[in-house]
Every structure is written in structure tokens, then in C-alpha cells.
Design a protein around this ligand. Sequence first.
Ligand SMILES: Nc1ncnc2c1ncn2[C@@H]1O[C@H](COP(=O)(O)OP(=O)(O)OP(=O)(O)O)[C@@H](O)[C@H]1O
Ligand SMILES: [Mg+2]
Length: 237
Amino acid sequence: MAEPAVELESVEVRYGAVAAVRGLSLRVGEGEIVGLIGPNGAGKSTTLNAIMGVVHPHAGDIRLRGSSIRKRSPESIARRGLALVPEGRRIFAEFTVEENLRLGLASGRKRNGGNPLDRAYELFPVLRDFRRRPAGALSGGQQQQLAIGRALVSEPEVLLLDEPSLGLAPLAVESVFEALRGIREHGVTILLVEQRALHAVALADRTHVLVGGELRLTLNRTDAGDTDKIVSAYLSS
Ligand SMILES: Nc1ncnc2c1ncn2[C@@H]1O[C@H](COP(=O)(O)OP(=O)(O)OP(=O)(O)O)[C@@H](O)[C@H]1O
Ligand SMILES: [Mg+2]
């Protein structure tokens, strides 16, 4: 069997005395979308940051296609084909759309041929139309498209997204989820952290519920309508 794109084995992450992630094991297969949901403070962002090398686990292992990346830097992990769309977007409001996209080229792998920004422009044509505007002039939904587009210009094999629908109007939320489907169709593996639990469960191949740093439950697409099941998992801390 092929190695999973990303595998966490018994991962522990602490901030001083706070155990943010406890004994977490999960796998994301090549081309899959895996969801990660849970209440505030559950350790979702910490999990993504640990995979990206922003924080390092105190125990356990994180593997990318079978090779440990547990002690590697974010730059080294980006070169191996991972990209993170962080919580809160973190775009540069005074820089143009195009300048923001170019910043995505600073990390990640160097590619030859073609305009690497086309990857973002194909998925989000509005970014091409607005490429000379300051990013701060875009709507919230467009800024999120920019944040995702910036991660894609490095042509990652694995995309980590931290709450991409946060603070967006309903139509913009739908367009983010539509974009994620398009990104999957390009063969990109996705690990998605979301507050919109039902949306995540409906999209992902499977969705893990994290509570208090621990994996509580794994949901399938057929659970997408089962709010009770999700709520009771959230309450089971
Ligand atoms: N830099 C940090 N220093 C100290 N404690 C932190 C730090 N970052 C997170 N924590 C703590 O670790 C735990 C997990 O936080 P984390 O941000 O991973 O949760 P989350 O599931 O992403 O929450 P949210 O839904 O609010 O984004 C929380 O108790 C949080 O207070
Ligand atoms: Mg978070």
C-alpha cells in the first residue's frame, strides 16, 4: 500500500504546561480531503502548525510520504511540497494582489516554465482582474481567495487550511468550498480545519473531531446531516 501523504503518530504538543495536542494519530491519503473540527482551543491550529514545522512536537512523529519531518523547519517542509493557509488569512493589505501572490513563491519549490501565478488566477479569475489593486481593497471572500491562491503558487502537493470560511458571508463560504473541490480535482491533498462542521463533514472523505487536544470521533460524509452526533462529540470533554 502507498504511504499516506501525511501521517501523525501519537503526536504531543505542549506550550509550557498546556498540553495542546495529546496522543494524536491520523492519516491523510494521497488526493484525500480530511477534515478536522472541534471547539475553540481543541488544538486544531496547533496540529496544522506542527505539521508545517511552526511548532515541534514533544513526542510522536509526523511523516510526509513515509519520511519524518518532525524536526524540520517550515521552509524545509514547504520545499517538500506542503503549504499552509493560516488562520486569519494574513495577507498584506498595502501590497497589491500580485505582490501578495509573489510572496507565495518565496517559500515552496522552484518550478520552471509558465507563470506560476496562473495557478491562482485560473482558480480565482477575480484575482487576475484585481491584480494591481491593494489587497486591502478586496472583499473578505476575495481576500480568502488570495490567501489560498498565495499558498497554491508554490504548487503544493498537500494544502493545510486553517478555518478558510471564518468571518465570510454565506455566498463567500460556498465559493471557498467550491474552490476546495476544484483544488482536490487537481490532485492536491487537503487537510481542512473548519468551524463550519457540517460543511466540512459533507466535503471531506472523513472528518476527525478534536476535543481538548484528543481525537474524539471520526465522521463520514453520511454524518453530514447529523448535528446531534457532532454536538455530543464536542460536549464529551
Ligand atoms: N502560542 C501559544 N502559547 C500558549 N498556549 C497556546 C498557544 N497557542 C495555542 N495555545 C493553547 O493551546 C490550546 C490549543 O490551541 P489551538 O489554537 O491549537 O486551538 P484551536 O482548536 O485552533 O482553537 P480555535 O478554534 O479557537 O482556533 C489552547 O488551550 C490554547 O490556549
Ligand atoms: Mg485555531
